[in-house]
Ligand binder design. Structure first.
Ligand SMILES: Cc1ncc(COP(=O)(O)O)c(C=O)c1O
Length: 387
């Protein structure tokens, strides 16, 4: 059998491979603190679970999703965007549900790029952006996210000839892996820059509901002109502690939403109807639980930052997400350090190099564990450093 050449750039996803390896290590009796997990350790709110259970138990809800009305979910998404961000969306033309935001973020490249087209991709960033560009034959131009720019892309530093050639730009705030957020001025500038160069903006806002100090992140679509130049992806995964559900959305520019909808009509058959009903329940419900959950994440953030700084790991305080971006100690590459810490201290963290060239020198630490477990990880790392 010959596998198509376009598959060559598609490597395995290290984070997922490691999760499987760590689960195996656990079965073999090894107690590893897995600080790589980007999946909240809290349950989804009870009433949402009940909505799902009831819907799954309904004997008539197991046909293709096209047998059921999809309007209620589109309306719930539009209403949520209005309530949360003050953004008006036409549920029929500017909203599309996704099987998790990964579904849309991968497929969107098919809608925007022909072979050889340039896509601007932040570095470091979520690896699926680059993979999506490459698999459709696009060309990745990296846009560095540097500490001195608060991990925001410096649009002025993108050479004019590259900006002119580019068909799309990825932005992701709150940011995985750095935990940075973007201020309104950034989006305003991005929109006029995108208009000037005719570049489509794809904003990944998967972490908008995990934030600290009551500073709620904004949406790209809040700013005038956004819908003319792009779309935003969002997901229930991190907002409602339900990564396994595969429920997400793309909203914004109607031409791009329509194009993605055409692709998805062929690549899947829509969201399982009980899942749609649970997602509607989630989006229509109060956000009270998020405040409590974010409070717990904030406490963990404080414990980790203080503990790691004390043992000599320099960290940057994330404004949102459940990730801490930390400097790798002198004398190690990020991969060396993470694999040594796994072998010798039974603590797993993600090497920054996994997120790109400018991720080298950093590691990503997820605080999706209890304070006790995080303190245990810090103790283990302290012993590791003292050896
Ligand atoms: C930046 C970013 N975008 C998108 C996703 C995908 O989320 P989902 O497919 O669960 O909606 C993730 C998952 O970790 C992520 O970190």
């Amino acid at each position: 059998m010959q596998i198509a050449k376009r598959m060559e750039p598609l490597k395995g996803v290290l984070v997922m491979e490691m999760n499987m390896r760590l689960a195996k290590m656990k079965q073999e009796g090894r107690d590893v603190v897995n600080l790589g997990v980007g999946d909240p350790d809290f349950n989804p709110p009870e009433h949402i679970l009940q909505a799902l259970q009831e819907a799954v138990g309904h004997p008539d809800y197991h046909h293709y999703p096209s047998f059921y009305p999809n309007q209620p979910l589109k309306d719930a998404i539009a209403n949520w965007y209005k309530r949360r961000f003050g953004v008006d969306l036409d549920p029929n033309r500017e909203v599309l549900s996704l099987l998790g935001s990964t579904d849309g973020l991968f497929m969107i490249h098919l809608c925007l790029l022909d072979s050889g087209d340039v896509a601007l991709v932040p570095d470091p960033s979520y690896p699926s952006y680059s993979s999506g560009v490459k698999v459709v034959g696009g060309q990745v131009e990296k846009v560095s996210l540097l500490r001195e720019n608060d991990f925001l892309p410096d649009l002025d530093s993108i050479p004019t000839e590259v900006a002119r050639k580019a068909k799309m730009i990825w932005v992701n705030y709150p940011n995985n892996p750095t935990g940075a957020t973007a201020p309104p001025e950034f989006y305003q500038k991005l929109i006029s820059w995108a208009k000037a160069y005719d570049v489509t903006v794809v904003s990944d806002n998967a972490y908008s509901e995990v934030y600290f100090d009551n500073r709620r992140p904004v949406s790209f679509l809040e700013f005038p002109g956004a819908k003319e130049v792009g779309v935003e992806l969002h997901s229930l995964s991190k907002s409602y502690n339900c990564c396994g559900w595969r429920a997400g959305m793309v909203v914004g520019n109607q031409d791009l939403v329509a194009a993605l909808s055409r692709i998805k009509a062929h690549s899947d058959r829509g969201m399982f109807y009980p899942m749609q009903l649970a997602a509607i329940n989630a989006l229509n419900s109060s956000d009270d639980f998020m405040e409590k959950r974010n409070q717990i994440f904030q406490e963990r953030r404080e414990v980790l930052v203080e503990g790691l700084n004390k043992i000599g790991l320099k960290t940057y305080l994330p404004k949102a997400t459940f990730y801490l971006w930390a400097r790798v100690p002198e004398g190690y590459t990020s991969q060396d350090f993470c694999f040594k810490a796994l072998e010798q201290a039974n603590v797993w963290m993600i090497p920054g190099s996994l997120y790109g060239q400018f991720g080298e020198g950093y590691l990503r630490i997820a605080f999706t564990h209890s304070v006790e477990r995080l303190k245990e990880a810090i103790r283990r790392l302290q012993n590791f450093f003292s050896q």
